[in-house]
Design a protein around this ligand. Structure first.
Ligand code: HEM
Length: 223
């Protein structure tokens, strides 16, 4: 993809990620947040945190399925937007639900399992956001960085469970979100298994071949 193509792609992603926030600000400015504005704002921000997190997790499987590199360009951007929305969602809970009453917040985190899960999802995203810069990738080394960033899937699972736990009877969208996450995890696992078996297949003929390194060693050792 050309440099211009990458810039356009990122601009579209920025616009798509900022649109829900702009829509929420517009509804607040026009006094159109419904009968329970705090709940409306909390839930809207929670919904978009999960959607953008799933979108960021979809980039690697999408790259695999399409055989294209462009989805990877968007992975970090989407991950950081998911983190930003999670922080706003959390900030609303701190400021509007609990009015900065830290003791009661602590109790709520311990008492209500869905809050514990939400908190765990947010905390799992923190090291990913902190290490998202190119400098941190260099400092950690590619291998360690990739291993750390598998935590994004743990964050996805915790967030999906947070939603399943809090959803009222009669709702189904929490399961759709969990199903999308399971599909993304599935594609990734199949891809990893295929890559591992391809690697094994590539090393096997070299070991068996008469010109292979093993046979060479034995021959020279015999000499
Ligand atoms: C990655 C982190 C998180 C994600 C993806 C997330 C996602 C969600 C989702 C999808 C909802 C449901 C929205 C709906 O009903 O349509 C929600 C609601 C909610 N979340 Fe989170 N959340 C996260 C972290 C947190 C944290 C850290 C807290 C507080 C400590 C929290 C507190 C709440 C509350 C109070 C609700 C509203 C529950 C209700 O309506 O009764 N969430 N969140």
């Amino acid at each position: 993809m050309t440099r211009r193509g990458r810039i356009v792609l990122k601009l579209v992603a920025w616009a798509a990620c900022l649109a829900p926030l702009a829509w929420l600000v517009w509804r607040a400015a026009t006094d159109d947040l419904g009968a329970n504005p705090i709940s409306f704002v909390t839930n809207t921000l929670g919904d978009w945190t999960l959607r953008i997190l799933l979108a960021s997790l979809a980039m690697t499987p999408l790259g695999v399925v399409l055989g294209a590199a462009w989805p990877i360009t968007l992975r970090r951007l989407l991950g950081l937007f998911a983190f930003a929305y999670a922080c706003l969602h959390f900030a609303v809970w701190i400021a509007l639900d609990f009015f900065f009453d830290w003791a009661r917040m602590g109790e709520d985190i311990v008492k209500r399992p869905y809050i514990t899960l939400g908190m765990a999802a947010l905390l799992t995203l923190v090291p990913l956001a902190v290490t998202s810069t190119s400098g941190m990738v260099r400092r950690l080394g590619g291998r360690a960085w990739r291993r750390l960033h598998r935590l994004a899937y743990a964050a996805g699972v915790l967030a999906a469970l947070h939603f399943i736990w809090l959803a009222k009877v009669g709702r189904t969208d929490q399961y759709w979100h969990a199903a999308v996450l399971a599909l993304l995890l599935g594609v990734r696992l199949v891809h990893r298994a295929r890559r591992a078996s391809r690697r094994r297949a590539e090393t096997r003929p070299a070991e068996k071949s008469p010109a292979g390194p093993l046979r060479g060693t034995v021959v020279s050792g015999d000499r």
